[in-house]
Design a protein around this ligand. Sequence first.
Ligand SMILES: C[S@@+](CC[C@H](N)C(=O)[O-])C[C@H]1O[C@@H](n2cnc3c(N)ncnc32)[C@H](O)[C@@H]1O
Length: 214
Amino acid sequence: MGDRHKNDKKIGKTFNRFFNKEPKDAILENFDASSQLHVEHILAIKPNSVLDVGMGAGGILLALQKQGVPNLSGVDLSPNAVQLTKKRFEKFGTLENTSLIEGNFLDMEYNNFDAISFHHILNLYPDYKSLITKAIELNPKVMAISMPQNLFKNRIKACFLSILVKILSFDFPFRLIHNHRPEDVVQLFTATGYTQSFKQLFKKNLTMIFIKSD
Ligand SMILES: C[S@@+](CC[C@H](N)C(=O)[O-])C[C@H]1O[C@@H](n2cnc3c(N)ncnc32)[C@H](O)[C@@H]1O
């Protein structure tokens, strides 16, 4: 197994513990503000197909199905995330026209999507630029991104963490926060025919919406 696949397995395993729970319905009003924004901006283009990369417990996808989006896809490195999302769809929606796959988005063969969501994943996956490049190849009209802001205190925290990781020779599967720059994400999109149509700052995070220019 190559280094990248070993690292992918570690990321999936690390996240498993967060998705070891009972399935619950997706009630939009109970979502955090950034997930609500993803749903709202994606629905605005009346999409036929949506992909959520690193969908976790699948709340955004289930909310979109409940609002009538016909074709939904999700991919996640965590086996528990995929199982939990499947159970939620079985119980509170339908698995018809729904594709939920365990694995790395970079390894998937997909057709085009009308919209793609990255909710708190770009900041932790080491090769986030490849994730964006691959998403752009799928030609979505809308791309919804939430990630941490590039704040000084985040960079200090990450510096401290990287020193600790070095001292302990700890095999760390994620990107450290100081590597991520929302500005780079914006640049990748604007260089490939997308316009940033919306941005909202939260305390530590931000949500950005990109629309494909005609
Ligand atoms: C912080 S969680 C966020 C989950 C969900 N989007 C949310 O906001 O609740 C990040 C998720 O992304 C998944 N992930 C990270 N890199 C991935 C990749 N390259 N392909 C697929 N899933 C990935 C992880 O397994 C994890 O479940």
